[in-house]
Design a protein around this ligand. Sequence first.
Ligand SMILES: *Cc1c(COP(=O)(O)O)cnc(C)c1O
Length: 368
Amino acid sequence: MQVPFVNLGAQFQAVESELVAEFVRLGRSGQFILGEEVEKFERQLAQYCDTRYAVTVANGTDALILVMKALNIGPGDEVITVPNSFIASAGAISVVGAKPVFVDVGDDYNLDPAKLEAAITPFTKAVVPVHLTGNPADIDAIAKVIGERDIVIIEDAAQAIGATYRGKKVGSLGLAGGFSLHPLKNLSLLGDAGFISTDDESLYLALKQLRNHGLENRDHSIQWSVNSRLDTIQAAFGNVKLAHLPEWTERFRAIAARYTEKLAPLVSCPKVRTEDAAVFHNYVIRVPERDALMAYLKEQGVDTKIHYPIPLHLMEAARPLGYKRGDFPETEKQAKEIMSLPIYPELTDNQVDYVCQKITAFYQKAGG
Ligand SMILES: *Cc1c(COP(=O)(O)O)cnc(C)c1O
């Protein structure tokens, strides 16, 4: 049996006829950027995230960049995030001219609130917790550390659409949430795309301008900015796919539960607080013999990946920040022990069971 790590073709086929109909309809309409379909998508996204507003942008990285730009976060400012994330979490902070400051993660792979206070300075303007793998970061604990200080929380919810923290949707927990709709994310379009969720009206209005050259109307810009608009056709695809997201999310959860049931005796499985509901963008296990297990599974036809093999503070791009190996011991240790198993709605129970059988076989072999 072959178990690929992703299967984007199968995801397309699951809704192919609906997408083709939208392609023809939008093509004939002649509307290719923004417009009614994008507005409808934004209303539906806001509803899904339990926020008043959503603003679509060109990708999830821009979602974070534009929120910080709207808040005038820039040179001289510090923004806190985690070293165990995708590059964009830190890259977005650097791109607006601010300084990324890292805080180590806990054994849920998310920002460890106990280590936050030590990283806050008079220059800190925002904390960007990442809901890594679709498992919500402990926002209440983070907010408690921040206390009365003038520091906003911007959620990096790129991997977490639909997840809930203490019954509340991610993206509605801080001032704003940045989401990615990249083909590999839980809600994916057929190209790059992203959005911001927020309840804040002035932020919403600023973002609508900032994604479109700072234009307040057709001819007049009030602040230099970028072009980060969503294609109309992508919004139409998004409206089709968003209707399926609840059932796909249930499938992600069912696969995760199946993995946990079979693997918990053998390996360290994801830790989700009982009051929260994760969406398992990735299913990460942690084992000391990670490289040997990955190689064995590869031989057996099972593809696995590492999210992420190089902590952000150890990347060449981070060199000017002055961090060194040893600064974030938990992240560094995890980077050597974590691996992600295949998880996507089209994965069959048979494939999941096959992966579990092979992991079990690996430990039987190792045990004698
Ligand atoms: C994917 C991702 C992003 C960036 O999204 P893009 O759409 O690829 O720009 C940001 N943060 C995290 C944690 C991500 O996984």
